[in-house]
Design a protein around this ligand. Structure first.
Ligand SMILES: NC(=O)c1ccc[n+]([C@@H]2O[C@H](COP(=O)([O-])OP(=O)(O)OC[C@H]3O[C@@H](n4cnc5c(N)ncnc54)[C@H](OP(=O)(O)O)[C@@H]3O)[C@@H](O)[C@H]2O)c1
Length: 265
């Protein structure tokens, strides 16, 4: 690898942080984006110490803010940087009974999981297509394949990411744009998202069902660089997706509803 540049949203933690470590080891210059600037500064310093040949640019941004994607795109341009690899990873989760959950929090979740991801994809895909092409990895979820009561807005937001990314993959491929789009569908992954008091209820998941964030990031990056439209991480998750095809969506909702109601604390 030489001097390609990757922008990772949600770079301060979990899957996004692991993506940064993998890409830094592969020689990518990095643009690290999330809200916690001091944490990003520390991560950037660590990555540069380990990989002196790369550059790291930190951009603090709240992707739930109005026009956050446009502002981020302009900031990247002001830095004189061109993005070859975009990872739309930042995401929020809220568990609980829909009508009792805070509406503003649900709206923020849609703003980050859906709106910012769509706008960043639009802005950077255009720039990549006009230049040397590129890769876009959009982080969806296993939740994208099933309606999930008590996690319904989150699951719907991830269903959007999956459908949007798969359709766009074909569109950009048919247009010979040189841009590939991949939907990454991790199952339960051992990150803060699995145990975050800000997210409402906590889903109890057996430890043997959890993948590591490093494993998920590696599979996502490999699939994206190989130009695949979709990657469901791990055999157990691929079997789960295959099983979802055997049932109607309402049956899936009932099964998921029962599971989430009895395993949510
Ligand atoms: N963990 C799982 O089981 C799992 C399963 C399937 C899919 N996913 C998806 O994987 C992605 C990464 O999740 P994770 O598990 O790594 O979660 P995480 O450890 O909670 O990390 C979330 C990241 O998103 C950033 N973020 C949150 N809100 C933001 C905002 N408003 N603006 C900018 N950045 C924001 C956070 O940084 P700051 O706090 O610094 O802003 C953090 O870096 C998400 O899209 C998630 O839906 C996770």
């Amino acid at each position: 690898m030489h001097n390609k540049t990757a922008l990772v949203t949600g770079a301060s933690d979990g899957i996004g942080l692991e993506c940064c470590k993998i890409l830094a080891a592969r020689g990518y210059n990095l643009i690290l984006v999330s809200r916690r600037k001091s944490l990003l500064d520390d991560i950037a310093d660590n990555l540069k110490n380990r990989h002196p040949a790369i550059s790291c640019t930190v951009i603090a941004a709240d992707l739930s803010a109005s026009r956050a994607a446009q502002d981020l795109f302009q900031t990247v341009e002001k830095h004189g940087l061109k993005v070859d690899f975009l990872i739309n990873n930042a995401g929020l989760l809220h568990n609980g009974f829909f009508t009792q959950l805070d509406l503003a929090a649900q709206e923020k979740m849609i703003a980050v999981n859906v709106l910012a991801l769509t706008s960043l994809t639009h802005l950077f895909a255009n720039q990549m297509a006009a230049g040397n092409g590129g890769h876009i990895l959009n982080v969806a979820s296993l939740a994208a394949w099933t309606p999930i009561p008590n996690q319904n807005v989150y699951a719907a937001s991830k269903a959007y990411v999956l459908s949007f990314s798969q359709a766009l993959h074909d569109e950009l491929n048919a247009a010979c744009s040189g841009v590939t789009v991949t939907a990454l569908c991790p199952g339960y992954t051992a990150t803060k998202m699995m145990d975050n008091p800000d997210q409402g209820g906590k889903l109890m998941v057996p430890a043997n069902l959890l993948q590591s964030a490093a494993e998920v990031a590696q599979q996502g990056i490999d699939a994206c660089l190989a130009g695949r439209p979709t990657i469901v991480t791990g055999l157990a998750n691929r079997i789960t997706v295959a099983i979802t095809r055997l049932f109607s969506r309402m049956t899936l909702a009932k099964i998921a509803g029962r599971y989430y109601r009895s395993n949510m604390q």
